[in-house]
Design a protein. Structure first.
Length: 399
């Protein structure tokens, strides 16, 4: 019976996306659109079976139905991308849905395809964002959902403390060998993007940066904020912007597999300890590669974020390896936040000191154009204001 429901759902999506193509080519009132919506409605009723709804969850670009992903094909992939481009993470189709409501759904998906066109729920077609409760963001956690457009967008200043707390729960779960669900990370990044879009200038992202004692957690959210600011300044938006944010949030996840006493050690590491630290990009990439729903860009970034523009860094790769742009942005953000934060082995540095160090590394360890643009915009926005920090200085790449 479950197999029949999935087959019917696949057929429903195929007819809906064919209707979307026809609506884009002709108009929503074309007779072919009406016919396809009628067929899709029949398929949808078959997919419901004896239940009261069909609920679809979007994880990355994968559609999950009845606790497992739908088989990937051209129509399912297009449907997933259309939902993602509109910020939809959850779609519920309730019993009683009408032909007209499906036609409105087709209209939502056919307008400005991939450009963030708006969506509106109806009585039996509900668009939403999935919310993972912060107490337990894993497989056994409780979930709820909000309709798209109903959630107020918080200010930049309101976001980080709350999101760091959520992120700490997620990281602690990974440390305890529990399964990571990327939906919680995706929601955090979506919150940042929503807030940045309200202020217009992406590098106002500097305002909410935090420097709390929980360095691993705040560093990852800070790098996410800085990466999103860099990407938006370059004109990147939509699904790629979202994936860049997720990649930044997860870039250091491999450190969870290194003993805490090594990460928090004051002073120089022993050779065997440094060897363990240098393994965290590979360990992180391997972990993310085995985690369903994680964008491949996050896997690449976790692996590459300690590589350098001049080909040095770690892990060692074959000659001619080209570091991904997202990894290069992450390296710039990573360096900046590491230098401006208190570390176990040195105090935080002030903006002018950080700028001198990063400009000295531009073209060698850091991408020169990304670095200069990053610092130029930050200087303009901050007026070269410095952080309250210990002026003691120790140069060198972050661990």
């Amino acid at each position: 019976m479950s197999g029949d429901r999935r087959t019917n759902l696949q057929s429903c999506i195929r007819h809906l996306m064919t209707a979307v193509s026809n609506a884009s080519l002709y108009n929503l009132e074309h007779q072919q659109v009406a016919r396809l919506c009628e067929t899709a409605l029949s398929d949808l009723l078959g997919a419901m079976g004896d239940g009261e709804e069909v609920a679809l969850l979007l994880v990355d670009e994968e559609l999950v139905f009845a606790d497992s992903p739908l088989d990937s094909n051209m129509y399912v992939n297009r449907f997933s991308r259309a939902l993602k481009s509109r910020g939809v993470g959850h779609l519920r189709l309730l019993r009683g849905v009408t032909h007209q409501e499906l036609k409105l759904l087709v209209g939502c998906l056919s307008r400005q395809m991939g450009a963030g066109g708006g969506v509106r729920s109806t009585d039996h077609v509900r668009f939403g964002r999935l919310e993972v409760l912060t107490a337990s963001p894993f497989a056994d956690s409780a979930t709820t959902w909000d309709e798209v457009g109903e959630r107020p967008v918080p200010s930049l200043e309101e976001i980080p403390a709350e999101e760091v707390a959520r992120f700490m729960d997620i990281y602690q779960g990974v440390r305890r060998h529990r399964k990571l669900h990327v939906v919680g990370i995706s929601e955090i990044v979506a919150g940042f993007v929503d807030a940045f879009q309200q202020v217009g200038n992406p590098f106002l992202a500097l305002a909410p940066l935090r420097a709390l004692d929980e360095y691993t957690f705040t560093h990852s959210t800070n790098v996410c904020i800085l990466n999103l600011g860099q990407a938006m300044a370059l004109g990147i938006d939509g699904p790629l912007l979202h994936d860049i944010g997720i990649a930044a949030m997860l870039h250091d996840i491999g450190k969870l597999f290194i003993p805490e006493e090594i990460l928090k050690k004051a002073g120089q590491l022993e050779d065997d300890e440094w060897k363990l630290v240098r393994e965290h990009p590979l360990k992180g990439a391997q972990y993310l590669l085995d985690t369903p729903g994680v964008p491949r860009l996050a896997v690449v970034t976790a692996f590459e974020h300690h590589m350098r523009f001049n080909g040095t860094g770690y892990p060692a790769v074959t000659p001619g390896w080209r570091q991904n742009l997202c990894s290069q942005m992450t390296t710039v953000s990573d360096c900046f936040d590491a230098l401006r934060s208190n570390r176990a082995y040195r105090g935080a540095l002030e903006y002018d000191e950080i700028s001198d160090i990063m400009l000295g590394q531009a073209g060698n360890e850091l991408h020169p154009l990304l670095t200069r643009n990053f610092l130029k915009v930050l200087r303009r926005l901050t007026g070269a204001q410095t952080n309250p920090a210990n002026p003691s200085r120790q140069e060198g790449a972050p661990r």
